[in-house]
Design a protein around this ligand. Sequence first.
Ligand SMILES: [Zn+2]
Length: 429
Amino acid sequence: MREDLIGHSEAGRPISVVHVGGETAPLRILIVAGQHGDERRGRQAVTQFVEHGQPAQDRAAPVGIAVVPDANPDGTAQGVRTNARGVDLNRDHLRLAAAETRALHQFVRSWRPHLVVDVHDFPPRRRHLLAQQLVYCHDVFLDVPTHPVARHPALGPKGSRLLQPVLGALNAAGYRSARYTRVTRSGRVRHSTPDVVDARNGLALRYGVPTILVETRGPSRRDDPTVESHVVAGVQLALALIVRWAQEHRVPLTEARPRMPADDSVPVRTRYRHAARPCRLAFADPHSGEIRTVVVPGRFTPHLEATWRVRLPRAYAVPRDRAALLEVLRRHAFALVPPSPDGIQRIERYWIERLKPSRRPDRSPHDLTLSVQLESGSLDEHVLVPVGADGGAALAVLLEPASKHGLARFAEMELPVAPQAAYPIWRVV
Ligand SMILES: [Zn+2]
């Protein structure tokens, strides 16, 4: 085991990575814990996994595991969810505003893991579910990337190639486990969101790396004393099963690239589709603790379908004066190049015809209508972001005005998506 420094928190605390197995192994797995400083169980499970439960090194399938046992040391020190500047790190993987998130991305770029596992705690008691006499009872929830551009072929459709065997083995070993299932206050039943601000979708989108979310049941004042060690052991087993799964799927993990459609069309907007059947899930009774499987109240919409696709241009042209946006692209290590001096280029410019603004902050508008004009123009006032093989699809998600999860929804980027306005980023075709 070897400990390395990968960066510092906003308050100057060290962020370290522990290497287990060969750092240069042909199969590399990164395990991250503690992005939320108030989630103690996940951190504890990961620390114990490193200390006691090191995965057996299979000589036929050597694996290098890097563990970040505490991704948010300031939050841990204070016992709070955010970092010292109040940034929720697991909502910062798009803008990379926090030193902690930037350190993690830099490490992913330099070490190039083939799989990233992000460990969290979930609160078992939610007020709107308690009103229905339901308390989450699962020891471990797992999920995979859900944004269509962030999916990876090694995980299979909807992650089933990983989720089925790992969840099956966990349940067989006596740890209640399922795919992460959210029941919203407004009555929707879904898995994780397709937004790309969290590590699961954000890292997968930017680096084409498959990711797995591990959610362990957080403490509850009604827990009896044996619960904690059982839940923590469940997470350790989940990590060991994921490592073994990765060893068995080394070839698709290390060789397969996220699929790009043949016509280069990138889905940037999605819609939830209803399932034919309601969701059934085990819950505990808040009073007796008795566990029973119930039809989850709410509309079950587990499927996402793409409703808007864009063809990739050769490059995006960003106005030079959009400093905040250019800074975000720099933090993601996208190449930013000056336009060639020979001047005139074929460009596509968007004109925003109509939209319905979202009522919620930092959300993209609904019912968007755009028109495109093909022109010849000078790019003297722009910086080019070439859409190379690596991360090109991510650029469409970040920069297209139609993207539901792009940067235009954040006011500080100065990318107004407003009716009867020109969109400032151009497509070089
Ligand atoms: Zn969390």
